[in-house]
Write a protein that binds this ligand. Structure first.
Ligand code: ZN
Length: 300
């Protein structure tokens, strides 16, 4: 009996590992799985983080399994909107929400417990003939409540929040309003913004190995990409939201003046050019009124 159990456990582990490693977006710590059912159909196979679930039918029910690692820190709740029933109550992790006859028009999802401090959840829905909804995020609705159209595909994505260390490099890729972390995978701060050694440090220093990619925090236009005194090889991106962001000490450039850059796009590589005593990114931010501002106003 005991041997039988352990073989079953081993099999389950092997299946789990195989399943999640096949998912395009999967990474350690977010072994979420979810599955959908169409009106009049069977529950389909479970898919992993970021994978589209559904197809051409009309989704009437689904459930979400967070995976053991996330479950240890909290839970997920979700609710649905259908034409006949309006918004449902919140369902809890693992629970199937919906029925066999009513199509789903919109969804909301949120993380609970400690999870909201470490992870963010994004979700969107596809409506035939209409296309994809915008991404819902931490409780905001995705889909349309009054539109009278049902969804055919559901996509859920969980990513580590802004300042988590390596493994979190895909974080917030779908959230365009939030600032991307400029050195994905490196979140240590060697020197903070503010008074330093009798003077003032105009930015924050983020150490990383030479050649580590630096990404633009937001969508914008490259205003400068040249040697700038003590800042060394320096790129300035003027965000569409108005801020001027300086990325300094680069080993080499990944963009040129007047390039349009997207949030998360590589604009250069970590180095130690200019007045610098080691490989790091110095990032310095001027707000839309052109006043020097703490990067922590925007980054978290
Ligand atoms: Zn600095």
């Amino acid at each position: 009996m005991k041997r039988k159990t352990s073989i079953l456990v081993l099999l389950a582990c092997l299946l789990t590992v195989g399943f999640f490693s096949s998912s395009a977006f999967a990474f350690a710590g977010s072994e979420i799985g979810y599955q959908v059912r169409d009106v009049g159909g069977q529950m389909k196979e479970m898919v992993g983080n970021g994978v589209e679930a559904g197809g051409t039918g009309t989704i009437s029910a689904f459930n979400v399994d967070l995976g053991d690692e996330l479950k240890a820190r909290g839970s997920i709740q979700y609710r649905i909107h259908s034409e006949n029933k309006g918004w449902s109550d919140w369902a809890n992790e693992g629970q199937t929400i919906g029925d066999d006859t009513n199509g789903i028009q919109a969804i909301r999802m949120k993380l609970t417990g400690q999870l909201p401090y470490y992870y963010e959840i994004f979700y969107r829905v596809h409506v035939p003939g209409v296309g994809w909804s915008g991404w819902g995020n931490n409780g905001t609705p995705a889909g349309s409540e009054g539109f009278g159209r049902n969804i055919s595909i559901l996509q859920i994505y969980i990513a580590p929040a802004g300042k988590l260390p390596p493994g979190g490099t895909l974080d917030n890729v779908f959230n365009q309003t939030k600032w991307a972390w400029p050195v994905p995978g490196y979140t240590g701060i060697a020197s903070d913004f503010g008074p330093r050694w009798g003077t003032y440090h105009d930015g924050i220093d983020i150490p990383a190995p030479a050649g580590t990619p630096i990404v633009s925090c937001k969508n914008g236009v490259v205003k400068m990409a040249n040697v700038a005194g003590g800042l060394g090889n320096c790129v300035c991106v003027q965000n569409d939201s108005g801020e001027n962001v300086y990325y300094a000490h680069m080993s080499r450039f990944g963009c040129k003046v007047n390039d349009r850059v997207q949030r998360g796009q590589v604009i250069g590589f970590v180095g130690t050019t200019g007045h610098s005593d080691g490989n790091h990114l110095h990032i310095e931010i001027y707000n839309a009124q052109d006043s020097l501002t703490s990067p922590w106003t925007y980054l978290r």
